[in-house]
Structure formats: C-alpha cells, structure tokens
Design a protein around this ligand. Sequence first.
Ligand code: SAH
Length: 245
Amino acid sequence: MTNLLPEMAEIWQQTLNWQPTVQQQEQFQRLYELILEGNRQLNLTRITDPQEFWEKHLWDSLRGIAPLLSENLSPTFPNIIDIGTGAGFPGVPVAMTVPNCTITLLDSTQKKITFIDDILLSKLALTNAKTLVGRAEEIGQHPQHRLAYDIALIRAVGAASVCAEYTLPLLKQGGLAIIYRGNWTDDETTALQNAVKLLGGVIESIEQFTTPLSHSIRHCVYLRKVAITPIDFPRAIGVPTQKPL
Ligand code: SAH
C-alpha cells in the first residue's frame, strides 16, 4: 500500500492539544483507503493525495470541533448531526474521535449515503454513527429531528445564512452550530447577524486559523441557539438558497 497517511503527532498536539490513539490512526488510514476505493465508482472527493487528505479531510474536520476532543469540555453523550456530509466529512472523523458521541450523517444524495452505510460504517465498525437521506429543509421540520441535537456541523454546503437556516432548527436550546468556511469577511458577519437573529441564535465566535501544511486560511463560525426557532424555518425545499435570509 503506497498511499500511507502521515501521522503528524506533533502537529495534532500543537494545533489541537490532542493526538490520535494507535487505533484511531489505523481507522484514519482505513478511512482513507476506503474513500480512494469508493472514488473509482463514485465521485466522492478530488482530494486523494495523502498529505492533502490528512490536512483537508482529517485535520480540518477535527479543527472545527477541537474543544469537544477533550472529555471535560464536551457535553456528556453529545448528539451530533452533520448536514450535507457528502463522503462523510466532517462527520466520520468526528464519530471516530469525540468521546461518547452519537452522530447522524445527513445528505440528500442517496448514493453517497449508501456508500457511507455499506462501506464506511460497516468496514470501520462505527456503531455510533448512522445515516439519513433527506434535505435539511424537511429534516428540520421533522419532529424526530427538530430540537434534537446538541451540535450541528456543516461544511461546504452553501452560504452562511443558508447554513444557519439548516442547522439552528435542529438544535436543542443551548446547542451549538459549527459552520466550516474558507474565507470570511466582516461584511459576511453583518449579513449573517440578521439571519441568525431571526432563527433564534447568536454568533458566539468566529475563529480564523491557518492549516498546518498548505498554510491556507480557514474559518469556523460558531452559532449558539439561545431562543426558539419560529416554525416557519427552515422554509420549503430550495427556498433557503433561492431567497437567503
Ligand atoms: N460536507 C462534505 C460535502 C460537501 S458537498 C465535505 O465538506 O466534504 C455538499 C453536500 O451537501 C453534497 O453531498 C450534497 O448532496 C449535500 N446537500 C446540499 N444541499 C443539501 C440539503 N439541502 N440537504 C441535505 N444535503 C444537502
């Protein structure tokens, strides 16, 4: 096997104050191999180089939830949802590393969810993760899912206000939405403020960081649910993207 992931123990330690166990490192490697295999049939990701995979899929996924990697900072038994998970990011690395979490991996594309179910979850024996096919707009109105999660993750799914409309209805009061972004500007903060207010949230913090290998700039926007989300949200399928709040 020539595609060997780097370990980067020191970088994990310096940047996240955390290191994978031997077992987690083995799971990362297996995940990488399964994604490469899956890529032959499905268009899962263009990131196939081992260093790039480590940085953009593993490190980036975990950077957003860094506080949760420590047992004392994570809610006990957090119930997490990853919206628009694609090939399982950030949700699958999160399932492997956050202590005692359960995670729901949601995507509207059946074939991606089938891959996650039949290949990733079964071969990696991830019993704390389950999948869900559907649109965030309908799942957010479903009684089984609305108000059900401690943490909602969303990466590369749409504009920030769209991400806010997809995530906040699913959260319990006091829950946290984590929006993974590349670039971020003050104007985007201003625009997002209005949407978040309508949805019963506040912008708790915005973190900027530099990725450890390619030194690119990334951001995570953290939204806290502090009030009730009006039942009008999320709006019908397609409306959040067509008419962003
Ligand atoms: N989060 C992954 C994939 C991003 S691509 C990553 O960062 O690598 C965006 C994914 O979101 C696609 O798989 C698409 O099917 C899904 N998606 C887009 N709109 C959605 C919606 N309204 N509800 C659920 N999934 C959605």
